[in-house]
Design a protein around this ligand. Structure first.
Ligand code: F6P
Length: 359
């Protein structure tokens, strides 16, 4: 049996732990494991390595991915150089031919919503696939948790802890912009864990006026500083803030970023406050995975290997009520998971006086 493994989309702490888990669970004499570099591009270009126990030794605590990844090379909209110019073409048939030429029986594809949408379409065209849910944003509806989220929350919480001491010394309002394209889970979890005063997320509309009221209330109670955590996908005056286009990415065409500075500027101007903004950016995606993510990623890798051996197809491994299960990939892409504004977590945050800028 020949099995391919590849990563798609942005990287995330725990990718190597998934690869290691799958390879160790599949390392038998009758199985050959192909590790494709740079997502589906590796399959298109025949760029792969053969993976075995030795190839995955020592990678468990390492961030990033030994197979590299990309969020550009969508086989249904694939960049090709023609007469010195980049054009985009559907190369999905060619891709499936390449998989057949190599005799790959099934692929383990580690990715987020974009990669899973592509992978499901490829499965419908005949490629055998098992998916593993990855994203620091934790916004895949089919699973209780994606790996990488816990590590990102740890990084963001550490940043909030550090911002607290400097904010307090200078009587400043510190704004921390964290990732979260469509969902505010990183902002919500790290904001609660770090004791933020305000959390702004895409799921809850906020006004600068309400944020200023919260900061003023704190002042009256003797706290002359405040910490505001804002998810990159939160909307100011009903609009997301972007820094440009994600060239060649038809699934997430806009590059988010800038909401932190926009909020800091609006608070400074409208509230006559001294504000500073920190954009945490890709620090949240880097570094060694937290123990929770190493364990979850290992479980996902092993479960994906077992699903392949059981003959499952177009399926995604997921965590539900702390059990690992499989669901159809389509379930993970139909609806994005988002923070429930009326849910218990938001209510708990409000109960400890965190404002969401909505009242
Ligand atoms: O989807 C995960 C994510 O971290 C988003 O929160 C963010 O918008 C995006 O990736 C950024 O990706 P990149 O800068 O690698 O294109």
């Amino acid at each position: 049996m020949n099995i391919g493994i590849l990563c798609g989309g942005g990287d995330c702490p725990g990718l190597n732990a998934v690869i290691r888990g799958a390879v160790k669970a599949l390392d038998r004499t009758d199985i050959r494991i192909f590790g494709f570099f740079n997502g589906y591009r590796g399959l298109m270009e025949g760029d792969y390595t053969i993976l075995d126990r030795n190839a995955v030794r020592g990678i468990l605590p390492k961030g990033g991915t030994i197979l590299k990844t990309t969020n550009r090379d969508n086989p249904f909209h694939y960049p090709l150089k023609r007469n010195g110019e980049i054009v985009f073409e559907d190369v999905s048939d060619e891709l499936i031919d390449k998989a057949n030429e190599l005799g790959i029986d099934c692929f383990i594809v580690i990715g987020g919503d974009g990669t899973m949408a592509i992978t499901h379409e490829l499965a419908e065209k005949g490629l055998r696939v098992v998916g593993v849910p990855k994203t620091i944003d934790n916004d895949l509806s089919a699973t209780d948790r994606t790996f990488g989220f816990e590590t990102a929350v740890n990084t963001a919480t550490d940043a909030i802890d550090k911002l607290h001491t400097t904010a307090e010394s200078h009587h400043r309002v510190m704004v921390l912009e964290v990732m979260g394209r469509d969902a505010g889970f990183i902002a919500l979890y790290s904001g609660i864990a770090g004791g933020a005063d305000v959390i702004l997320i895409p799921e809850i509309a906020f006004t600068i006026e309400n944020v200023l009221k919260k900061i003023e209330r704190r002042k009256q109670r003797g706290s002359a500083f405040s910490i505001v955590v804002v998810a990159e996908g939160a909307k100011i005056d009903g609009e997301k803030v972007t820094t440009g286009e994600n060239e060649g990415n038809i699934i997430n065409p806009e590059k988010l970023g800038g909401i932190g500075n926009a909020v800091a500027l609006a608070l400074a101007e409208q509230g006559d406050l001294e504000t500073r903004c920190t954009v945490l950016g890709h620090l949240q995606r880097g570094g060694s995975p937290a123990p929770f993510d190493r364990i979850l990623a290992t479980r996902y890798g092993v479960a994906a290997a077992e699903a392949v051996l059981r003959g499952e197809n177009d399926a995604l491994v997921c965590l539900r009520n702390n059990d690992i299960e499989t669901v159809p990939i389509i379930d993970s892409i139909k609806v994005l998971k988002s923070v429930d504004p009326a849910g218990e977590l938001v209510a708990a945050a409000k109960a400890v006086n965190i404002s969401f800028g909505d009242e």
